[in-house]
Design a protein around this ligand. Structure first.
Ligand code: FA5
Length: 336
């Protein structure tokens, strides 16, 4: 058993210790250790509450009041000291972090658009002005959209023309944007007038005009009464708008299972020695129209897939397709 005066003595001692030691503490960590010593879970003031059971029952009310009073006093002291401590620290930081307003500002380099983005946007805007909508499709495709629906069955030798990266048995990284044609036609009642820009992947050996990752823009126009002459006209308007004067265009015969007839389009820059193959094109094969549920007797249409990198190479006189991915800022900044 202990008596109230004894408890009072302990409280007085705690108060004296607090008042003596607090002013000497400055570091935040030391203050925290001090706080734990007094009001922490195993601290001296918390310990006083444990003595309550040893007091006579009639003294317990008064004892509780006294202990709570010293506890509030101690907590108040710590908070006050802590705030003063933080204010001092901030003041010290402010006076050491002086800003010299006479120093020259830091130069922030502005970014610019990659030439591929610029060219893609320009091509899109030319076709949008002609009334085409922009559609997109997945880069990971199924064999059905990439081949079968495009009239290239499993055993067709033309599958080898697209050196395809397969993912498992039935999925692949699309080697061209033509599957987007199918996806759009499945969802649309004719007429259809779309362009589909996007990234393509092929197991092509890298050289000056081939990259394993490149970009195409697909175009598809389905309506009643379209012919190869309409395709030629659209291409002439487009090349004139995109390149301006002096570029020549050449059509040569080709084969794609999803177009009949099919052509290859080549372009020559002014003064250049060689033609550059830029797209495959043709009249959409009736079998493809039937695959998406269109009446192939009623509708005709044409499509093409053009390589965006090669368009940019012709436009800017870039000799090697690898420059687009070399990440050389000196190269990229020339076009903005
Ligand atoms: C095709 O991919 C057909 N899907 C195009 C098409 C669409 C024909 C609609 C008819 C109707 P081709 O494999 O020829 O066709 O590729 C078309 C263009 O993509 C090429 O002319 C070239 O500009 C570009 N291209 C193809 N492979 C690469 C490559 N590895 N690197 C850079 N550009 C490429």
């Amino acid at each position: 058993m202990i008596a109230l005066p004894e408890l009072q003595q302990q409280i007085d001692q705690i108060r004296r210790d607090l008042e003596q030691r607090l002013p000497t503490l400055s570091e935040h960590d030391a203050l925290e250790a001090f706080r734990v010593e007094f009001v922490g879970r195993k601290g001296r003031i918390t310990g006083l509450f444990k003595l309550m059971g040893q007091l006579a029952p009639e003294a317990r009310g008064e004892a509780g009041r006294l202990i709570n009073e010293i506890k509030d006093y101690a907590t108040g002291c710590f908070d006050e000291h802590d705030q003063a401590d933080r204010a001092q620290l901030r003041q010290r930081q402010l006076s050491s972090d002086r800003i010299d307003l006479s120093l020259p500002g830091k130069h922030q380099a502005l970014g610019c658009l990659h030439p591929m983005t610029l060219v893609q946007r320009e091509i899109e805007s030319i076709f949008m002005k002609m009334g085409f909508d922009v559609a997109t499709g997945p880069e990971i495709e199924t064999e059905y959209y990439n081949f079968e629906a495009l009239n290239i069955p499993a055993d067709h030798p033309a599958r080898a023309d697209w050196d395809t990266f397969y993912i498992g048995d039935s999925h692949l990284l699309r080697p061209h944007t033509s599957p987007v044609q199918i996806r759009v036609m499945e969802q649309t009642t004719p007429p259809v007038r779309i362009i589909c820009p996007g990234r393509c992947y092929r197991r092509d050996t890298q050289d000056a005009t081939h990259s394993p990752v490149f970009h195409q823009i697909e175009l598809l126009w389905i309506e009643e009464g379209l012919s190869l002459a309409n395709l030629k006209y659209v291409l002439e308007i487009f090349t004139q708008e995109f390149f301006g004067e002096g570029y020549e265009m050449l059509f040569s015969g080709d084969f794609f299972p999803f177009t009949e007839p099919s052509v290859q389009v080549h372009i020559k820059a002014p003064g250049a020695a060689n033609w550059m193959e830029i797209m495959g094109a043709g009249m959409v094969d009736p079998a493809v129209l039937t695959n998406v549920g269109y009446d192939a007797e009623k509708y005709t249409g044409f499509a093409f897939g053009l390589g965006i990198e090669r368009m940019a190479m012709l436009r800017y006189g870039i000799e090697d397709i690898r420059s687009f991915l070399a990440n050389d800022l000196r190269f990229i900044k020339q076009f903005s």
